[in-house]
Design a protein around this ligand. Sequence first.
Ligand code: HAM
Length: 437
Amino acid sequence: MAWLTCPTVPATDDATVEPARAQAFKAPIGTHDVLPPESARWETLVAAFATHFGRAGYGLVQQPMFEEIGVFRRMGEGTDVVRKEMYDFLDKGDRHLALRPEGTASVVRAFVEHRPTLPWKVWYAAPSFRYEKPQAGRYRQHHQLGVEALGTADPDLDVEVIRLLGDFYASLGLRRVDLAVNSMGTPEDRRAYVDTLRSFLVGRIRDLAPEDQEKVEAFPMRVLDSKRAATRAVVADAPSIVEHLSAGAAAHFDRVQAGLRALGVAFRIEPRLVRGLDYYTHTTFEFQSEALDAAQNTIGGGGRYDGLVEQLGGPPTPGIGFGSGIERVLLTCDAEGVFGAPQRRVDVFVVDLVGGDAARDLTALLQRSGVSVDRAWDGRSLKAQMKAADRSGAAWALIVGEDEQVAGVVTVRDLRGGTGQHPVARDEVLAHLRARI
Ligand code: HAM
């Protein structure tokens, strides 16, 4: 056996033997760290989303990062997410679990488990995991801001959800965002349309890209999502679902369009917009950025899923929601030159030249009093500490040297020029700063 032949490393406490340098790891492919100052943009974005949807009656839902795999299979056996992209695994108790690839199925699972009062309106900000081919705007771990609203089939809720998301993008300063909407009709409309579409595609099968030909029989809808040129040419002539809506579904879609027009929300109807997941009924929509590459330009998408609660074991309950990728939203902000990282700075920086007690005590006093304050470490030189004070963006430096210590004062220096510097009695520092910050 191979492991028996491994050379054993003798244990040694010989200090002259150089320890091997430990391996330096990198974040897994398709994932990334978000560090300050960029992370301040994430904080601000999530806070703005929470406020925007909180005002409209949505509450935060916080959920497990993994679920039993069956929860996610309801997204559709024919979808890429379920067929190829799931991060699934057996845990130590042999349970088949998967990291969440999206938020909707988990929210619906929680709804069925807890049966909250209707309508139930929630928002989330959470990572999603998909084993995709990583590229700009497409990652193996991405983060979604999303909402789900369950318990009413009222088309005006579709209008509200779409309008709120459009308003959110506008509040970030985004201008080059285009809204596409479509209707998938009722589950029966959808089934009838799938048959019509399959017959059409079978007739043109030789013209489709080879990878798409195998989808025609079992998953004809997925052919409509294809980005391959040969398939797109065929799909351009395919029958459109909006021409196959039942009277009820057409009335629902008409009401949605009328609502969007009444509220001045610009949109176009996109009959090929079926989205990559199988649970959609009635309204589907996508916000696309004109500032991003076409392959990854959907910054937010969603729709109705009136059968999903039943598929996950609950009572018939309609629902609608969307997910919007934080990374893509921020890429769009960069491309449009809006919503930059906010400057993070403290108000006060403590410089201690007397061994550290003054910095320890003053910093604690000010932090406990709610003042934003930072300090230097390791007893560094005045020059090094003043440099650190500059980098911190502080408006005021509190300097304690030997003279100050003997006199029981602190030198308060105005780092933005203006008032220069002057001594302040140690027990008046807090009041002095409060009057100036
Ligand atoms: P989705 O279209 O699969 O829908 O994803 C929502 C958004 O997440 C996309 O519009 C995109 O901005 C972002 N996104 C998706 N995959 C990636 C990726 N690999 N890398 C970066 N960003 C990505 C859903 O997930 C549905 N759960 C949305 C929904 C909620 N429908 C109803 N309710």
